[in-house]
Design a protein around this ligand. Structure first.
Ligand code: FNR
Length: 333
């Protein structure tokens, strides 16, 4: 019998999709620390469709490069990510979604459709949380995806203001044949400072026949005991969900996936920079990620140097990696 190309969504700790954060170095760090599955940042279907696939022999990666401006859209490390990688797309159209899925299906293990983004650009484009009010469109996109590719198809939603409407939406979603559904326990209009509705996620779990991935459990304060392995397990248990997905706690410190306890943030930065240098991560993204790691520590001598960094070389030097950076510019390893 042919081996199933579907991922198993039960008992998994998952790195949530995060724009600018869920690029290759963060995904590899999360895997190092025990994440079972890792999501890319959301990438809009149009951007993927105007990109070309390039086998990058030097980095041993698969790159998707925007043909219009040569920018990096997606970098994948098959050696490390095979069997673990979910591409999240932003879409409002079944045919574009299918074109993307067919284009990437050899390189990723699943396609997730973002149905939770509350930002203006998503809503205006009929994507993200705009889809929540259009079950027919959800049905069309997911059904088209499920019937077009062999890899797993999932979606990630926010809850609706009324629980009965959320459950009705779940019925639409599970009838499409998707493998799992991610549920963030906040509505489209709620922000991170609103409490995450664990009861609503629990109700979805009890109602839903496919695995539910619970989300929204990170605390707003980075050093909260909730943003630890035990804290995440606690949230996961409270929801009764099949799997759990973590965003902010992992953005601040990817070692939250490890039962061995959270690592010192300078160790995380060191490891992040190693990957950023190894995989030619663009400077702006690298600086942004390290900035999230540093948080309040930017208000220090090192923090001031960090803020003044204007190139990848500057950034590498600040963290004692100038030789490593210089070597990387010459040859592969
Ligand atoms: C996000 N979130 C998000 N969600 C999504 O579906 N696609 C995305 O690309 C992003 N991007 C993103 C970037 C950043 C910096 C943050 C903090 C969040 C939302 C995220 O996946 C998650 O649903 C929420 O953050 C709630 O989970 P936590 O943070 O409580 O674990």
């Amino acid at each position: 019998m042919a081996k199933s190309k579907k991922l198993d969504y039960v008992g998994k700790m998952i790195l949530a999709p995060m724009v600018k954060i869920g690029t290759l170095p963060t995904r590899l760090l999360a895997l190092d620390y025990g994440a079972d599955l890792v999501y890319t940042e959301e990438i809009i279907d149009y951007r993927l469709l105007r990109s070309k696939r390039v086998v990058n022999a030097k980095l041993e990666t698969i790159d998707y490069i925007d043909k219009t401006d040569d920018t990096l859209v997606l970098r994948i490390c098959p050696k490390r990510e095979k069997g673990h990688l979910v591409l999240q797309i932003g879409t409002s159209d079944p045919s574009r979604a299918v074109k993307v899925a067919k284009m990437v299906q050899e390189d990723v293990d699943a396609i997730d459709v973002n149905m939770g983004c509350p930002k203006g650009f998503s809503l205006k484009g009929g994507m993200g949380a705009a889809l929540l009010n259009h079950p027919d469109k959800i049905k069309a996109i997911l059904t088209a995806l499920v019937s077009s590719v062999d890899i797993s198809v999932t979606c990630k939603i926010r809850i609706l203001p009324k629980i009965e409407d959320t459950l009705a939406l779940i019925d639409v979603i599970q009838a499409t044949g998707v493998c799992a559904v991610g549920v963030h326990g906040r509505t489209k209009d709620e922000r991170p400072n609103h409490s995450n509705n664990v009861e609503a996620i629990k109700a979805v779990v009890q109602h839903c026949k496919i695995p539910v991935i619970a989300n929204g459990g990170s605390a707003n304060t980075r050093d909260s005991p909730i943003n630890t392995y035990e804290g995440i397990k606690g949230f996961w248990n409270d929801t009764g969900a099949a799997s759990v997905m973590i965003a902010r706690a992992a953005e601040w410190n990817a070692s939250v996936f490890s039962p061995d306890g959270k690592q010192d943030i300078f160790k995380i930065i060191d490891q992040y920079m190693d990957y950023a240098i190894q995989f030619d991560q663009p400077f702006v993204l690298s600086k942004y990620n390290v900035q999230q790691h540093l948080g309040g520590l930017q208000d220090s001598e090192l923090g001031r140097k960090f803020l003044a960094a204007g190139t990848m070389k500057d950034l590498s030097t600040i963290f004692g990696k100038e030789k490593q950076f210089a070597k990387r510019q010459v040859g592969p390893k």
